[in-house]
Write a protein that binds this ligand. Sequence first.
Ligand code: TYD
Length: 204
Amino acid sequence: MTPFVVVEGIDGSGKGTQANLLLERLKELGRDAVLTREPTNGAVGKLIREHMQNPFLDDKSLALLFAADRIEHIEKEVIPNLEKGRVVISDRYVYSSIAYQGQTLDPDWVASINDHALRPDAVVLIDMDPQVSLKRVQERDESMEYFEMDMRFQEGVRKTFQSLSKGHHLPESLKTDFIVVRGEGIRKEVFERIWDKLERHVMG
Ligand code: TYD
């Protein structure tokens, strides 16, 4: 099957931009590719987004909803596109659940409710100091979602992403190649750093 690539990072790390640049590069090179995202635009994803604007769910229910949204994402978008021979790039995936929901819940439990998740071929982790990323988020959008507001929370998420990239807290089924790239700097430069390490995964 064609490669399945995930882009992860804290809020404001520029992962959405980098995922788009990756899509463009692949298309330029004649590779059929699609970009998907979590939370999705499906029914469960919409519920999650409503919660993000105005929280009404407890942490465990939210974690289960992310896992449910992921099932839809995998079955309706990821697998059908891979089967059509397209590279699938996902803006966020199961590693976000372990990093975010794992701040208040047992990360092993979060991983266990996601044991259906298809293993990606590579994860691009855009690593960034939350002091820098939160400033970006504030400049972009005044109505910040509640995860985006707390610096200490983002620091915890960053640390968990870093330890996931070393294979800690990950069940065998989710271990994969992590490409860790610093997110500071001009977006095109950040992208070239990513491409340098990712090319062999997506063009091979
Ligand atoms: P995202 O759509 O990437 O943010 P934005 O709207 O700024 O582009 O993600 C929305 C939020 O959802 C983000 O704060 C991270 C959070 N999230 C989780 O907590 N767990 C998850 O499993 C996923 C996929 C996202």
